[in-house]
Design a protein around this ligand. Structure first.
Ligand code: PAF
Length: 265
């Protein structure tokens, strides 16, 4: 497994491998990420994984500094999965100058997550476009855990005619239903025991009234709820009556930890 620290090193490592599948990550890898790596593996002879904690997608009061960085352990897991190339640039290798060209995502980026994390998807779309240009994969894999991110990346690829197929991976859950996330490591034992309530409640949502009920139940259990909403899967717009292809999405804070999850109905 080659580890590339600069774009030039990456290009050298990738030169002999024209057919590439790519999994972008921020590291602190768990089974959820590894399931995406296995999907990539099934699609291309060369698998590239990036590890980069992207400052551009963190708000000023968010957890950029304390985001878990576990590079050695991550590399051991990726080597065990047979990953070919890890792209782990220093911040100044990916942003050698202040990034003043920013991808402007569509208005849906200001709803749901974007309402509570202003400009989050500007930062995500910008770094994903840069990573796509560095790696130049034929295919990239994104998890459904970040449902809105997946939607926005798909739209970007379509509207900018990027020659990349986007494949989604199902959310991987702990035995009690909690979606795997790097941020789960912030939870105290008591919070960890409480955390699966988010998924349990999302599974019970069938209507807007159920969303309000779920939000109340979370508040009563001590969560600070950002949103529990039912949206159309195809475009994340609010559904018209009778529509069937829906997804319930939620974000809420348990103590200092903000968790997100979603369930396709
Ligand atoms: O989902 C993530 O881990 C990040 O948002 C991504 C896609 C790696 C961009 O920084």
């Amino acid at each position: 497994m080659r580890i590339a620290r600069t774009v030039a090193e990456l290009r050298r490592a990738l030169a002999p491998h024209p057919a590439r599948a790519f999994v972008p990550t921020m590291g602190n890898l768990h089974e959820g990420h590894l399931s995406l790596v296995r999907i990539a593996r099934a699609h291309a002879p060369c698998v590239v994984v990036s590890i980069f904690v992207n400052r551009l997608q963190f708000g000023p009061n968010e957890d950029f500094d304390r985001y878990p960085r576990t590079f050695e352990a991550d590399c051991a897991k990726l080597a065990a999965e047979g990953v070919d190339v890890v792209f782990a640039p220093e911040e100044r290798a990916l942003y050698p100058e202040p990034q003043s060209y920013i991808v402007e995502p569509p208005p849906i980026a200001n709803e749901l997550e974007g309402r509570f994390r202003p400009r989050f998807f500007h930062g995500v779309a910008t770094v994903v476009l840069k990573l796509f240009n560095c790696v130049q994969p034929q295919l990239a894999v994104f998890g459904k855990k970040d449902y809105q991110q997946l939607h926005i990346v798909r739209g970007m690829v379509r509207q900018f005619d990027l020659p990349i197929e986007i494949v989604s991976g199902e959310t991987v859950r702990e035995p009690d239903g909690l979606a795997m996330s790097s941020r789960n490591s912030y939870l105290s034992p008591a919070e960890r025991a409480e955390a699966p309530r988010l998924y349990r409640l999302l599974c019970s949502v069938r209507s807007a009234e159920d969303c309000a009920r779920a939000a109340r139940a979370l508040s009563e259990a001590g969560w600070q709820v950002d949103y529990v909403e039912l949206r159309r899967r195809a475009d994340l717009a609010p559904p018209a009556p009778g529509e069937r292809e829906l997804v319930a999405l939620a974000a809420a804070r348990l103590g200092a930890t903000r968790l997100i999850d979603n369930v396709e109905l």
